[in-house]
Design a protein around this ligand. Sequence first.
Ligand code: ADP
Ligand code: MG
Length: 321
Amino acid sequence: MKRVLLVINAMSEDPSGDELDVLVQAGAVENALTKLGHSHLRSYCSLNLEKVKEVIRAESPDLVFNLVETVDGKGSLIHLLPSLLEALGLPFTGSGSYPLILTTDKVRTKRILSEHLVPTPEWILPGSDPGPDPEKRYILKPTWEDGSAGINDDSIVQGSTFDFKGFCRDKKFNEYFLEEYIDGREFNITMLAGPKGPEVMPVAEMQFVDYPEQKPRILNYASKWDSDSFEYEKTVRTFQLKKEDSELVVQMKGISLKCWELFQLRGYARVDFRVDPLNRPFVLEINANPCISPDAGFVAACAEGGVDYNTMIERILMDTN
Ligand SMILES: Nc1ncnc2c1ncn2[C@@H]1O[C@H](COP(=O)(O)OP(=O)(O)O)[C@@H](O)[C@H]1O
Ligand SMILES: [Mg+2]
């Protein structure tokens, strides 16, 4: 039996659906910890790290289950708790501070991927020269967000009509980038730590059902968080891939394991891919410590691979930093 301190982010005053999701995750993890025979206590992480230190001093847990997704509302501060725990020498679940800060910064992730010849769509930052190619389509993405925050159908822009000067000048775009739009299929690759290193779970494809011709086939904010929306209903996960996809699947699995190595991920991670019309996979992003709500894609892939929720948690607990 272990004494587990579960830490989540302190909620803002008016939390949005994606922020509240961490409470769902916390409840599910606590339930699993109880079933696995571990004792647990919930605590919160804000900019006041002294408070976390006090709880640790008072409770002396064996390890921390880290469910912190933002600190002070910012994804860019996600490494703070792991940094503190590393300094204290207290084991914790999921990836360490360095992999977390690298993978939360989508642009930095893409730079590292490119340096290691891992395919990721071309990107353009404010001030880049040359600017967008008039012939190409792009998606305008926030650098530090996740859960499709800041991504809607208007985020898809054409190079020829996009106001690149405004994008370069307007401070609100400081932390945005343009990424070449990959018009094609979308896949998620789930990796869970195991006794012999990371194990890749069955590959999920996200399908866009009954999408009108002109509507961008993307997982926008509504598709993830607005249960009344068309997008929420019509984006469907499937594990039933065709035989002719087997080579693509092998490629994506290999690339995902390379990402795990490259970024020194721990415990659990998910890599998001798009595949172009020539059947070439491109990494969109690496999700270290992905969402583990019972209805999350990560959990569905584990279930498809024969790993139930409690076993999944046990495996995450076994690969602490
Ligand atoms: N370059 C791209 N080409 C096509 N679709 C994209 C691209 N980048 C993002 N998307 C769409 O936007 C969604 C969210 O983007 P992603 O980079 O995974 O960020 P998030 O962290 O918000 O999940 C993707 O699941 C995909 O549907
Ligand atoms: Mg994603």
